[in-house]
Design a protein. Structure first.
Length: 261
C-alpha cells in the first residue's frame, strides 16, 4: 500500500497548495490513501466545514489533528459529525472528534489511522503510551496496517513512543512543530518513523505566522495579533510503502516540495 501523509496544513496558503498540487502529486506517487494533519487549516487555528470540504475533494481521505482542533467554536458540530476528522485519543472523552478512522478498500484491504497528543510542554492529556496500547488492542482485530500521528512538542517523547510502538504499528509520524526533521527511518521490525513531518503552507514565516509580527512580539514583549503568512509555499510530508500482508513499512521518504508563487 502506498500512503501519503501531509504535515500540518496551515491557513489559506496551505489549503491552496493542497487544492492546486495534491491531485498531481498523488498521481505521480501512485498514492492509494492520503492522511493530513488539519488542525491549522482555518486561518492557522482550527478546522471548519468551509475549509475542510475542498481539501477532501482534492484527495485527502482523513484528517488527524492536535491541540488546535477546537479553536473555531462555530465548527464544533461539524467536527462532531464528520467521521474523517480525528481528535487525539488521550484527551477527555467528551471532546468532539472521532478516535480513529478505519478505511476498507474495494479489494478488502484495510488501513486504520489515529492521533495521540504529547504530554511534555502541551496541555492536559493522559499517557500517550497507555492510550496507544488500549487503541491497538481494538484496531489490530481489524487490520495490521495502522498509521499514528503523534502531535507533540518534545522530540524525546516522540522518539520514545516510536520505540514503544516499533513492530506494533506501520508508521509513527510526528506533527506540531511545523519544522520537518531529517531522521526518517524504519524501526525494527517494520515501523516507519519521522520526528516531525513539517508544515504545508507559507514557509517565509515563523511556523506559519508573519515573521514581522513574531519578531516585533519577541522584541517588545507585548501581545500581538497573529496573522497567517503567505509567502514561501511548500508542501511537507511523508511517502510510505506498507506491506499489505504484514502491515510493516518497507519504505519511507520525506516529501519537501517548493512551489513558485
Amino acid at each position: 500500500m502506498k500512503v501519503l501523509f501531509i504535515g500540518d496544513i496551515f491557513g489559506k496558503a496551505g489549503r491552496s497548495i493542497i487544492i492546486d498540487r495534491l491531485p498531481e502529486l498523488k498521481e505521480e506517487l501512485s498514492i492509494e490513501f492520503c492522511v493530513a494533519n488539519g488542525e491549522n487549516v482555518a486561518q492557522g487555528r482550527g478546522i471548519t466545514e468551509k475549509t475542510a470540504k475542498p481539501l477532501f475533494e482534492a484527495g485527502i481521505d482523513v484528517f488527524t489533528s492536535g491541540n488546535h482542533l477546537w479553536d473555531k467554536k462555530g465548527a464544533l458540530e461539524f467536527i462532531k459529525s464528520e467521521p474523517r476528522i480525528l481528535k487525539p485519543i488521550n484527551i477527555a472523552e467528551s471532546a468532539y472528534g472521532n478516535d480513529y478512522y478505519l478505511h476498507q478498500f474495494s479489494d478488502g484491504r484495510k488501513i486504520a489511522v489515529f492521533t495521540v497528543i504529547g504530554q511534555a510542554f502541551m496541555g492536559p492529556a493522559d499517557s500517550p503510551f497507555r492510550a496507544c496500547e488500549k487503541m491497538l488492542a481494538k484496531l489490530r482485530k481489524e487490520t495490521s496496517t495502522i498509521l499514528v500521528d503523534f502531535h507533540a512538542e518534545a522530540t524525546a517523547e516522540k522518539r520514545a513512543l516510536g520505540f514503544f510502538l516499533a513492530g506494533k504499528v506501520s508508521a509513527l509520524l510526528g506533527t506540531h512543530t511545523h519544522i520537518q526533521t531529517a531522521d526518517e527511518e524504519i524501526l525494527k521490525p517494520g515501523t516507519a518513523y519521522l520526528t516531525d513531518a513539517g508544515m504545508t503552507g507559507p514557509h517565509d514565516s515563523v511556523i506559519g505566522v508573519k515573521k514581522e509580527i513574531i519578531l516585533e512580539k519577541m522584541m517588545s514583549d507585548m501581545p500581538k495579533r497573529y496573522e497567517p503568512a503567505e509567502g514561501g509555499l511548500e508542501l511537507n510530508g511523508v511517502y510510505l510503502e506498507i506491506d499489505d500482508e504484514s502491515g510493516r513499512a518497507v519504505d519511507i521518504r520525506r516529501i519537501k516540495r517548493k512551489y513558485n508563487e
